[in-house]
Design a protein around this ligand. Structure first.
Ligand SMILES: Cc1cc2nc3c(=O)[nH]c(=O)nc-3n(C[C@H](O)[C@H](O)[C@H](O)COP(=O)(O)O)c2cc1C
Length: 423
């Protein structure tokens, strides 16, 4: 076990799931690790310092301004004395404070002061989890290199159903084990040190390679003009980030977008459809390929090497030629076809009917159809509503932040990779 002989600083936040943290302390101890706990003021409303201290066999820290605690172990030392910092349950409030860099109690001060990796196990009501503020905070934390385990889907203490249940103690302990595993447990490929320290190859997609395309392509007319579309890359980038978060080795081939490269993802920047196809072919093999980019169907025949000049005569006529069909090319590979090939269909009418046709024509396994008609705000926006079209069924997801759509889709693709088309 990787946690054996290691020290975990466990921050217990004020959520119903705090009772599961008692079991987490036992599970880490069973695996040979030592646990020291910080209990937030709200956390102490759900579990007592006595039960936490009895199980951890150590002092329970709660107060930033405790003379005795500070004399015995200063808050900075406390934040660095462990090999890993775990927040479970990570409340919406703690996530918000972490994302903002607030330090107004012992837990948040230790989280800001630590030089160790941080793993959070979010737990909250489904509406709190789906709230755009929480989605923003989660995205910020991921960018900062914080690892995330869960939440799970299921029935909640409040009676609602959905995502927000804290991951089970055994799953959290597995993630801790993986993060503390010796050797290069890193996916990190970017230059961001926080990312390199924070994202480890743990999760259900560990050992799998995922290829994602994202953004528009840009097809030159002359050195200064081009044809393109309104794709922002937000959905494709979110898919790449979600897959990396679940432990996959991810290559993102992106057209020109105004987004940062997702942490822990190898990002290849291209402009044209032809460049995108070449980058995709170079990035193979992959277990899962998701073609989310809005590839221009046509490019300009005979791109001018000089800027076209405006003249008194009629404007120039652009003649277009068909671009390569990247989805159909990869879905049709005889050798080296990814196990699961997913295409996206952006339509403005007859969305599902067109998606079914595209599924048949392209030879892919799933089409994710979205309505990008005017008034939907999908192209370039932060939300999406999609239909998952397979040969035998159509499953629709409600309008949600693109990051949440990404998380749900990646979980579904993960199930399909493991269990096959029945999942
Ligand atoms: C009965 C009850 C249950 C709660 N459960 C949760 C929860 O599961 N997740 C959450 O994020 N907040 C929950 N809250 C709200 C938090 O306790 C509150 O935001 C608190 O300020 C969190 O403090 P902390 O993040 O410092 O621990 C709950 C509050 C009450 C009264």
């Amino acid at each position: 076990m990787s946690v054996a002989g290691k020290r975990v600083l466990l921050v217990i936040g004020g959520g119903i799931a705090a009772y599961k943290s008692l079991e987490l302390i036992r599970e880490i101890s069973r695996r040979g690790g030592a646990v020291r706990c910080i209990l937030t003021k709200a956390g102490a409303e759900f579990v007592t310092p006595l039960s936490v201290g009895s199980l951890s066999g150590d002092t329970v820290y709660s107060d930033l301004f405790s003379l005795t605690d500070e004399a015995a172990m200063g808050h900075i030392e406390l934040s660095r004395s462990a090999d890993l910092v775990v927040v479970a349950p990570a409340t919406a409030d703690l996530m918000a404070k972490m994302a903002q860099g607030l330090a107004n109690d012992l837990a948040t001060t230790a989280l800001l002061a630590t030089d160790k990796r941080i793993l959070i196990a979010p737990a909250m009501n489904v509406r709190m989890w789906e709230h755009p503020a929480t989605r923003r905070n989660l995205a910020t934390l991921r960018t900062d290199g914080v690892s995330v385990v869960g939440p799970d889907e299921g029935e909640m203490a409040c009676g609602e159903f959905g995502f927000g249940r804290m991951a089970e103690p055994k799953s959290i302990a597995d993630a801790i084990d993986a993060l503390l595993a010796p050797g290069p447990a890193l996916l990190a490929l970017g230059n961001n040190t926080a990312t390199r320290q924070g994202i480890a190859s743990v999760g259900p997609l560990a050992g799998k390679s995922v290829l994602v395309t994202s953004g528009p392509t840009l097809e030159p007319i002359d050195p200064v003009r081009f044809l393109s579309n309104r794709s922002s890359g937000k959905q494709g980038h979110a898919l790449a980030a979600s897959a990396a978060q679940l432990g996959a080795s991810v290559t993102l081939v992106s057209g020109p977008v105004a987004l940062p490269d997702p942490p822990g993802v190898t990002t290849i920047h291209v402009e044209t459809a032809q460049e995108m196809l070449a980058a995709v072919e170079t990035a193979l093999p992959a277990d899962l390929a998701i073609f989310c980019a809005a590839v221009a169907d046509w490019r300009v025949a005979g791109e001018s090497s000089q800027k076209l000049k405006k003249s008194a005569a009629a404007p120039p006529t652009l003649s277009l030629v068909q671009n390569p069909d990247i989805l159909a090319t990869i879905a049709g590979l005889k050798a080296g076809r990814p196990q699961l090939v997913v295409g996206f269909a952006a339509e403005t009418e007859n969305v599902i009917e067109y998606a079914r046709g595209k599924l048949r024509r392209k030879g892919c396994d799933l089409i994710i159809a979205n309505d990008v008609g005017s008034g939907t705000g999908v192209m370039g926006g932060d939300e999406n509503a999609v239909h998952i079209v397979s040969p035998g069924s159509v499953v629709s997801l409600p309008r949600l932040p693109k990051t949440e759509i990404a998380d749900r889709l990646i979980r579904l693709f993960t199930d399909r990779l493991v269990k096959g088309p029945s999942a």
